[in-house]
Design a binder for this molecule. Structure first.
Ligand code: ADP
Ligand code: MG
Length: 710
């Protein structure tokens, strides 16, 4: 490590604005800003999408169709052709074979210049032609016969760009930025101090990663011998070096958030355990070992004087709700209010019922608040919450509203949290703030998140895992059928329901529009009711009034409905153990996590359950892979792993959170193997090189570190 680095690193690590480079006027600067390039370092982190190999000349006889190549040869003939379109054809040869150049657009001057006997060097994609291989509209220029290539040739980078910014422009600018980088690494005092090496030498050596400046240089201007395959995969050490530091920056910023949180105060909630004993005695089941372990972790956290920030992960149906209820009792018993928030009305309603059933016998006062609570009902709820009379409040994100004021909020449960982002999570916590005291928070995921992703996206949280399902659950048998066999499936539903089963029929639609979804469900329910006159068929969708929804769900739960036609509103949390058959129409439209969630509505009782995934052909490759995954496994963790590989992290975490996990270079799915090292390095830096933490975060996340100040 250079001596000056540490002091420089603590200085404000700003890069020069992009206009500092030659050739960047206001207009170009504006266009570059569209690519996220505002400062010189942004340009250095703007990596090529791919590379062209113009470092070697491929003999024409060795060309392969489909590949791009640099060739040269003597023009043998050139011809105008008048077919459907006018075109110019030129034939070149290098002694190993001949190749046709085909132009649809050309000038008279171009045409005149392509005289037999001159030599051309061309670059383009090789295609099959009628007689020989061809290049259509290649780049070309005239050369001396058999002119050799320049000696120090490098691979040619192709950058992501935007309208009005040419590749040549970006290349010229990166050339400038790279020479500034070289100059600054040669001296310890001036220049781009922000690009100084911030990772300890011994660490880089151990991880087999090159220093930053070298890595940047390599990815922008790889030598001729570089492996295109490694570069294309993103696994070249130079790329991994950059991805590593970017992931490290994200990890450090999350860890800072965590540290900040630890330094804050929360009410320490003592456990007497009387209420808990009462609830446990009333449950028709025993907690699983995993549930017990997680409750112990939660209990311990809530006794601490700093706010718990804990994420409970577990597969669909593992019994997260009762864990939350037991934690609520700890808060209530200690004299604090608790709040349980769910992302949908239907799920919140279900929690309301569960909690009412469990907690009202213990004489606990509950309030309910959703977006649909209006008028007197709403003001009564608000008054109860404000006065502290409501010991538990259940609701939707209506609980974020400004008028919602708690008396003594000590504990917040956020269910199915992947639909809420970090910011919302923190906003709710802020709500419970009293002077300098924050409530404890328990976050429950709907479906498992692969460990690597959780380590990154939720690095500010402690993790608890419920890795065990309640005993007696039978695996769900899943079949995948084309929708041409819908009638058969309808008859199968009929038989099942006639023999005492209850079933869901889920309608999906591509459009996000809730109205259209509901219409589709209304049509389906009419059809199904007609096809199945001897069954009791009902409909639930997002457009129904809360009371109507609740009434339908209650009737279904009570066994008064055989077949419940639904939109994906039933996706999360709905719990009717007697339902044992689910049909999902157009299953190919849904993501894996969503399918798994939906399917998790069955298989909750003692009956063997079935799930039929109907699809509309033709299936995309991804669609096929998803449905195969559903058929092959019902393990949520396995499904999550496949989902990560298929779709990447943004989709898994839900749209609201994608912005928080957008990396310039790293790719969590691709780079997950390095995450343990990233975590270890983050701890090492915080302990041994604390002054480097802020510059690394700033370098990658900008001044307003995305997680820092919420
Ligand atoms: P999820 O983790 O998906 O939110 P729930 O909390 O809805 O799961 O629980 C699913 C079902 O399992 C509920 O009917 C619940 O009452 C039941 N349950 C929870 N814990 C146990 C247990 N230890 N033994 C048996 N059933 C349980
Ligand atoms: Mg749940």
């Amino acid at each position: 490590m250079k001596k000056g680095a540490q002091t420089d690193a603590t200085a404000s690590a700003r890069s020069a604005p992009i206009r500092y480079l030659k050739g960047v006027g206001p207009q170009t600067a504006e266009k570059l800003a569209r690519l996220g390039i505002q400062q010189v370092w942004d340009l250095l982190f703007h990596l090529p999408l791919r590379y062209q190999d113009r470092t070697r000349i491929v003999p024409i006889g060795a060309l392969v169709a489909g590949e791009e190549a640099l060739v040269q040869g003597e023009v043998q003939a050139s011809d105008l052709r008048f077919g459907r379109r006018r075109m110019l054809l030129a034939r070149i040869s290098d002694g190993t074979g001949s190749l046709t150049l085909r132009f649809f657009h050309f000038s008279a001057r171009q045409q005149a210049a392509l005289k037999p006997g001159i030599w051309l060097r061309c670059y383009g994609e090789v295609r099959h032609g009628q007689v020989t291989l061809e290049l259509t509209h290649p780049e070309y220029h005239e050369i001396e016969p058999n002119e050799p290539l320049p000696a120090d040739a490098r691979l040619t980078p192709i950058y992501p760009t935007t309208e009005g910014v040419r590749q040549a422009t970006i290349r010229a600018l990166t050339d400038q930025a790279l020479s500034r980088l070289l100059a600054s690494t040669a001296s310890t005092t001036d220049g781009e101090e922000h690009l100084q090496e911030l990772l300890p030498d011994e660490l880089l050596a151990e991880l087999g990663l090159p220093p930053l400046a070298q890595a940047i240089h390599y990815v922008h201007r790889p030598p001729a011998a570089a492996s295109q395959r490694d570069l294309a995969s993103g696994f070249h050490p130079a790329q991994q070096r950059l991805a590593f530091e970017e992931l490290l920056a994200q990890q450090l910023s999350m860890q800072q958030l965590r540290q900040k949180n630890r330094a804050q105060r929360a009410p320490s909630l003592a456990v007497k355990g009387v209420l808990r004993q009462q609830l446990l005695a009333q449950l028709p089941f025993q907690l699983t070992g995993a549930q017990q372990r997680v409750i112990d972790e939660v209990t311990h956290d809530m006794q601490q004087p700093s706010p718990m920030q804990r994420l409970v992960q577990g597969d669909v149906g593992c019994g997260k709700t009762v864990v939350a209820a037991l934690a609520v009792l700890q808060a209530v018993e200690a004299g604090y209010q608790a709040v349980v928030m769910a992302p949908t009305e239907l799920l919140a309603e279900q929690h309301r019922q569960n909690f009412a059933q469990w907690l009202l016998p213990l004489s606990i006062e509950m309030a309910w608040l959703s977006g649909r609570s209006k008028g007197k009902v709403r003001s009564a709820a608000l008054a109860q919450i404000r006065s502290g009379e409501a010991q538990l409040v259940v609701g939707t994100h209506a609980l974020f509203q400004e008028e919602v004021v708690f008396d003594r909020l000590g504990f917040v449960v956020v269910d199915e949290q992947h639909r809420f982002g970090v910011h919302q999570r923190l906003a709710l916590r802020e709500k419970g703030r009293q002077q300098h005291c924050f409530p404890h928070q328990l976050i429950m995921t709907a479906t498992p998140i692969p460990r690597t992703l959780a380590m990154t996206a939720y690095a500010d949280l402690d993790l608890s895992l419920i890795d065990e399902l309640p005993p007696g659950r039978k695996p769900i048998e899943t079949v995948v059928l084309p929708d041409g066999r819908r009638d058969e499936v309808v008859q199968r539903v009929r038989q099942a329901c006639r023999s005492g089963c209850q079933a869901y029929w889920v309608c999906t639609l591509i459009e996000e529009s809730e109205t259209l979804q509901c219409q589709a469900a209304e049509e389906s329910v009419a059809q199904l009711a007609e096809a199945l006159p001897d069954l009791r068929v009902a409909l639930v969708h997002g457009r129904l009034k809360a009371q109507e929804k609740a009434a339908v769900m209650a009737a279904f739960k009570a066994g008064e409905i055989d077949l419940l036609v639904a939109t994906t509103v039933i996706e999360v949390g709905v719990d009717v153990p007697s339902a044992s058959l689910m049909v999902i129409e157009n299953a190919e439209r849904l993501g894996l996590a969503q399918l798994h969630q939906l399917r998790g509505r069955v298989g909750r009782g003692s009956e063997k359950s079935h799930c039929v995934l109907l699809y509309h052909a033709p299936l995309s490759a991804q669609g096929k892979a998803r449905l195969a995954a559903m058929r092959e496994t019902s393990d949520g963790f396995e499904i999550a792993r496949r989902d990560l590989a298929l779709r990447g992290p943004g989709e898994i975490l839900g749209t609201r959170q994608t912005g928080e996990l957008q990396f310039r270079i790293a790719d969590i799915a691709r780079d997950q193997a390095m995450l343990p090292d990233v975590n270890r390095t983050a701890r090492l830096l915080m302990e041994r090189y604390p002054q480097r933490v802020a510059p690394i975060i700033r370098r990658w996340l900008g001044d307003a570190a995305r997680y820092g100040e919420v």
